[in-house]
Design a protein around this ligand. Structure first.
Ligand SMILES: [Zn+2]
Length: 68
């Protein structure tokens, strides 16, 4: 899913913070074919936050939620 110009961000449902996802670093950890679609993860934006991070991608010119 790593394509040039695609920027993915994580948004927390609790602290409402945004953080850009480093796709290159993620690919190194999870593998090149790892897909953020439909995934959620415990908040990694604010230390101590118990919220969930959802992923959004701007691949088609606007930020879209990465889930069905
Ligand atoms: Zn949070």
């Amino acid at each position: 899913m790593i394509r040039s110009g695609v920027i993915c961000s994580a948004c927390c449902d609790t602290c409402r913070e945004w953080k850009e996802v480093d796709l290159q670093a993620l690919a190194q950890v999870k593998g090149a074919d790892y897909d953020l679609w439909g995934k959620r993860t415990r908040c990694r934006i604010t230390p101590g936050c118990k919220g969930w991070n959802r992923f959004y991608c701007n691949g088609r010119g606007r930020l879209e939620p990465m889930r069905d």
